[in-house]
Design a protein. Sequence first.
Length: 367
Amino acid sequence: MNRVSRIFFRSVKLLLIFLVFSCSSGGSDDDSVSEPPQDIIPSNLVLNIDIVGSGASNPNGDGSGEIIANASATNAVRYVFKFNNEEIQSTNGSVNYTFLTQGNNSHLVSVFAYSSTGHSISTFKNVTVFVNDEPQLIWSDEFNTDGAPDSSKWGYDIGAGGWGNGESQFYTDRSDNVIVENGLLKITAKKESYQGSDYTSTRMTTQDKYEFTYGKIEVRAKLPEGAGTWPAIWLLGANIDTVGWPACGEIDIMEHWGHNPTIVSSATHTPSCSGGCMDANVGEITVSDFATEFHVYGLEWTENKLRFFLDDNFLYEYNPTVKNASTWPFNNPHFFILNIAMGGNWFSIDSNFSESTMEIDYVRVYQ
């Protein structure tokens, strides 16, 4: 074979080797590159809004401000609702929301529907909702059922020991000391020997049964009489067991001392003052018929002030100052206490006292 032939065959051989190597390095069909996941786009988004309590005579609702928003979309796995500037997430596409702006107001409600790949579509609606600008009765006891007070609303502090003020009574839940009769709650303090004490009475409370923050409170009551009696209608912070008193806050809607019979007072107690000092804000008013006539003892409690009333007549206002704003305890839930204490560290009980009763027509909370 001459030199030219050898070169030719060698070139052909090299070409065949190159072709074989190129085919093998290209990989088989089993090594094909995987396709990227396909985008899932939601579709057919529908938003429906029902205004709670709406009807022919009140198309914008019953005044509660509550709506029910329902959304649905094909290929959606979650929804994000926007009410003005507030966002609420939902997996089933249903959300309850309450508007607070009083009167008839138009609100923008938007919803975003998201797929499993994070893609979304959105829609919106404007809805006009009515929020009643008058306080609504949200809790009350009218004491219309004779017998023991409603156990779903009231419990009792039982025992003696002075309760921090050198008091002389033993608190009970006996019908001798507390009963509902003829539409009235009657709490009676008595002079009697009982469980080592010389007097008995009742201290009833809504602790762990009804606790609330802010509102208008009205209690219609007729007070007991007799030197040594100390009736009170008041609120105590529900966090007392964790932060103690007075950090929990105390609001005395009505306090009365039988040795100073014509004066009825209201007061607040905070960490800024837990006793008789300049910051223990007290409002006093003369009520000569406290034991013979019913009066409505009232409180308007808002985020930054307490306003006290007697028969809808303004008594005084308490709001935090620069000095004690950091210790303002009245932005947490409180509960009711109704009681008659007997005696205290700074006054004595009339030796001729036998018994006296506080009668309460109703306790009402509006918001």
